[in-house]
Design a binder for this molecule. Structure first.
Ligand code: 173
Length: 325
């Protein structure tokens, strides 16, 4: 009797693994940044890892970047399952989730956020508003900056006064630029170079990493220091797709997500090198003194949280408590 039971269990186990192999899931993935550029690169490494580690279980088919889906439409594409997986910053889907504008204000590490309930809370927001599962957040140690063309009044910028300047923004920088008196022009990254070249704007917001990827050093002469906030580039999976995966398949993705978040450690050296490279390319810092820098960052945080809480009065304060307080 015992040997028959073992025999049956073995047959079942083999049968299951064959069935699982037969059901390799293929996920169509898009990125909101151009392929091969800084904020897509680690996602591309993640895809390679999943396709290696998950062989026979789960496969990611990389559809590509903004040519496939415009950046500000990626959230909606994921929600409606036009894409199964996306590499996208919260600023690009604030239309569906105003809270997403708050992710840049996190001061707690992802390790801490996975421990204190923040991750669950943010996952639930994604479930409810984007029909998506929140898999990973990348580049949390990378700050944003304001960059300028050569013919601006440096003394005014150093005095934190952007009056009379048109600045390219996304929701990341909008409240700050407005608070400093600047005029905002919202564009996707792919339009920054042309907008600067044609003088449609005299400055733009962007992280410390990546201005060389699309050749912006040729239209950029100044960078306001210090940086502010920190980047969130999230890897999301359509919720129906996620629910359709089995435990093994989910584990491949979740393990790779933690590995992906760990790649942020590489940014420390990369950011130092990028600052040097900017200097060599003729992008000079306008450096605020210690006191002014403190005021600037405090103001940036203040206006951004006020804006998130105004647009998400129920969930905004809870988000703040979980990721930043
Ligand atoms: O386009 C942007 O300036 C922007 O909002 C962003 C967000 C995260 C990483 C890079 C850019």
């Amino acid at each position: 009797m015992l040997s028959i039971r073992i025999g049956l269990a073995t047959v079942l186990a083999v049968g299951l693994s064959v069935a699982a192999q037969a059901q390799e899931a293929t996920l169509r993935a898009v990125t909101s940044f151009q392929e091969g550029t800084f904020f897509s690169k680690n996602f591309e490494r993640f895809i390679e890892k999943v396709n290696t580690d998950g062989k026979g279980l789960v496969k990611i088919n990389y559809v590509g970047g903004p040519r496939a889906i415009p950046p500000f439409e990626v959230g909606n594409a994921l929600r409606t399952r036009v894409a199964d997986m996306a590499n996208v910053t919260g600023a690009f889907y604030t239309n569906l989730m105003p809270e997403a504008d708050g992710f840049k204000l996190a001061t707690k590490s992802m390790t801490e956020q996975r421990r204190n309930g923040a991750w669950e809370f943010v996952d639930k927001l994604h479930n409810d508003k984007l029909n998506a599962h929140y898999l990973a957040r990348q580049h949390q140690n990378v700050p944003f900056h304001l960059y300028f063309a050569g013919k601006v009044d440096q003394a005014k910028i150093a005095a934190q006064d952007l009056a009379g300047l048109k600045i390219r923004v996304t929701p990341v920088y909008r409240d700050l630029v407005e608070a400093l008196g600047g005029t905002t022009v919202t564009t996707q990254p792919g339009e920054v170079h042309t907008a600067m070249e044609r003088g449609v704007v005299e400055g733009y917001g962007w992280p410390i990493m990546g201005i060389f990827d699309l050749g912006w050093q040729t239209v950029t002469k100044l960078r306001l220091d210090p940086g502010f906030y920190n980047v969130d580039v999230n890897v999301l999976v359509n919720l129906d797709v996620w629910k359709g995966l089995n435990a093994q398949q989910r584990k491949v993705l979740s393990d790779a997500a933690l590995w992906l978040e760990g790649l942020d450690a590489e940014n420390v050296a990369a950011m130092a090198a990028e600052r040097d490279r900017q200097g060599q390319a003729g992008v000079q810092p306008i450096a605020l003194g210690a006191e002014a820098a403190k005021r600037f960052v405090a103001r940036a945080n203040e206006v951004a949280w006020a804006s998130v809480i105004k647009r998400a009065p129920e969930t905004g304060p809870r988000l703040k408590q979980l990721i930043a307080d």
